[in-house]
Write a protein that binds this ligand. Structure first.
Ligand code: IPE
Ligand code: IPE
Ligand code: MG
Length: 265
């Protein structure tokens, strides 16, 4: 049995607070442009937003926060911008990982790390080791991540370990090979910056995630903006394929809606 259940195989338990929030942090460039600043000024400012959102998620009892920092297609950007993003990533790793550890946060990075400088990979692995036993919040940074890459690498990895599965395999066989096999599927997906697309983020895992799009640019996204997203989530009826009437007899779903109703009373 896999530790993490699949929403298409079983109906997951849901609660008033999303257990896993996954965010596409978009709009840094436009934030800077609005201020007549170079795009990279937006990326620098974005780090402060990350700090605030990590803290707010911890305070709200969210167990997993996953942030899309660099997609497998972001290599298509100008060389200078990529270089600044990598520098910022190194500085963040140097400065922030110890603080995350002090706050009981487990730090993970998912994505194809083979394209990163060895120095960055070493920082990442050391950070992951340092924080491995922390239980307060798991912060995952998706760097050079792509949903299609993940499905491809998981399939390759599964078949390398179990060549006998080539003819026939189940979801469960594949799932443990995904980069985020340690986390439940996201309950809430947030994209800042106004675009309404997935941009090759967690394709498999978003199957039954509640989607929330906001025009707020990532550098302006704060605890209050996060609360608006959570409030929107709390109004959703997570049916997982069932009818509304069926939910009335399902204890976990009813539990969620009862608490929402109590809050608004
Ligand atoms: C998101 O902000 C950060 C990364 C993709 C690295 P953008 O840089 O995409 O900002 P916009 O979308 O151009 O405003
Ligand atoms: C998605 O943002 C990737 C990250 C936030 C890391 P993009 O700005 O790259 O997405 P598109 O190109 O607008 O779809
Ligand atoms: Mg963008």
């Amino acid at each position: 049995m896999p530790a993490v259940i699949s929403s298409t195989r079983e109906i997951p338990a849901t609660g008033i607070i999303p257990r896993h929030v996954a965010i596409i942090m978009d709009g840094n460039g436009r934030w800077a442009k609005n201020r007549f600043l170079p795009r990279v000024a937006g990326h620098k400012r974005a780090m402060e937003t990350v700090r605030g959102v990590v803290k707010a998620c911890g305070e709200r009892g969210i167990d997993y926060l996953t942030l899309f920092a660099f997609s497998s297609e972001n290599w298509r950007r100008p060389k200078e911008e990529i270089s600044v993003l990598m520098q910022l990533f190194i500085v963040a790793l140097e400065q922030e990982v110890v603080k995350l550890h002090e706050n009981g946060i487990r730090f993970k990075v998912v994505g194809d790390l083979s394209k990163f400088e060895p120095k960055i990979v070493e920082f990442i692995r050391n950070g992951e080791k340092l924080t491995a036993a922390n239980t307060r919040l798991t912060l995952t940074i998706a760097a050079n991540y792509g949903g299609r890459w993940d499905i491809m690498q998981a399939t390759r990895s599964m078949l390398a370990q179990h060549p006998e599965l080539a003819g026939s395999f189940e979801e469960e066989d594949l799932m443990s090979h995904f980069a985020m096999s340690y986390a439940p599927e996201p309950d809430l997906f947030i994209r800042t910056g106004g675009e309404q697309r997935i941009s090759n983020f967690l394709l498999w895992q978003l199957a039954y995630t509640e989607l929330y799009f906001t025009d707020t640019l990532w550098p302006d996204f704060d605890a209050q903006a996060l609360d608006l997203a959570i409030q929107s989530y709390q109004q959703r009826e997570r049916r997982f394929g069932r009818t509304s009437e069926q939910l009335k007899t399902s204890p976990s779903a009813e539990g969620t809606r009862r608490v929402v109703a109590d809050q608004s009373a």
